[in-house]
Design a binder for this molecule. Structure first.
Ligand code: UTP
Length: 293
């Protein structure tokens, strides 16, 4: 019987070079989707999935994330003075969705290195990883979909989506066979980060969510820098996949890469078009705007 998953980590210490110049002053994980930062959607997703403890891996200049999940007595007092107590409760609820803690990755040495910073937090438990700049909108929270697959098959899980042949070289490619009886689950035996064309096995790429067992930490200890000179989580998961196999879940939902300009804009348009306060006026604007394209 697999252990219940209650812990998640959110690596959010990357430099965000694709989002320069703003990333110099605003952590990309704090870039807004309408009125909430990306990291807020991730914490919500984890909490909605049944996660109770979240460790955010942060870095220099990223203190805004800690402030976001803390009470702000000044705002509280100002809002209460205006009779807006409900708004105060809403703000507090954001801080209390889960037990959120922080640790600093002292140097941005790659996603694998960031995950390794969570070793003490994780202990002996399986855990979820939500990549800090990948926001997924779905009916069933994407992390929950992966946790269910972990229970179903008792193996570590990667959330995947098919991507185009041109794009796969930017992600990682999986060696995978469909699992009989499911149209979304795959059995994975190998993977390669940033594959060259001759290394592409499938067009399934890992996008933003994985569920891992603590064995990954010993593997990470021995993982040398890979693509881009960074310690890649994929290189460590590759060892796991080759040794024990992993499950890939083609999760239901739409994923936006908030670490890219295009992803940021698409996420905002999508959310704004359904936001109760602005949807109607925004859609009217879009209709007019579309005529000019
Ligand atoms: P990315 O590779 O998208 O982040 O990592 P990056 O390195 O910041 O991106 P660019 O290429 O420079 O624009 C996915 C997630 O892992 C975190 C990032 O913050 C992001 O949320 N990360 C990455 C770390 O926490 N530490 C690292 O050393 C690298």
């Amino acid at each position: 019987m697999s252990k219940q998953i209650t812990k998640a980590i959110i690596p959010a210490a990357g430099l965000g070079t694709r989002m320069l110049p703003i990333a110099r002053a605003v952590p990309k994980e704090m870039l807004p989707i309408v009125d909430r930062p990306a990291i807020s959607y991730l914490v919500e997703e984890a909490a909605d999935s049944g996660i109770t403890d979240i460790l955010i891996i942060t870095g220099r200049g990223k203190g805004a994330m800690e402030d976001y999940f803390d009470y702000n007595p000044e705002y509280d007092a100002a809002l209460r003075a205006k009779g807006r107590d409900a708004m105060v409760e809403e703000m507090h609820a954001i801080c209390n969705r889960a037990n959120v803690t922080f640790i600093r990755q002292k140097e941005a040495r790659g996603l694998g290195h960031a995950v390794a910073c969570a070793r003490t937090f994780v202990g002996d438990d399986p855990f979820a990883v939500l990549y800090g700049d990948d926001v997924i909108f779905s009916e069933v929270p994407a992390t929950r979909q992966l946790m269910d697959a972990y229970t179903r098959y008792g193996r570590c899980v990667a959330g995947v989506k098919p991507v185009s042949a041109e794009l796969i070289s930017r992600y990682c490619s999986l060696k995978a066979e469909p699992i009989a009886g499911s149209d979304r689950d795959w059995f994975v035996t190998d993977m390669v980060e940033k594959p060259r064309p001759e290394q592409v096995w499938t067009n399934l790429a890992i996008l933003g969510r994985v569920v891992l067992s603590p064995e990954i930490f010993d593997i990470l200890d021995h993982t040398a820098p890979g693509a881009g000179g960074e310690i890649q989580l994929t290189d460590a998961m590759r060892v796991l996949a080759q040794r024990d196999g992993m499950t890939a879940v083609d999760f239901e939902g739409t994923r936006f890469d908030l670490g890219s300009k295009l992803g940021l804009m698409c996420a905002n348009v999508t959310r704004a078009a359904e936001h109760p306060e602005i949807a109607e006026e925004f859609k009217q604007f879009l209709r007019e705007f579309a005529k000019t394209l």
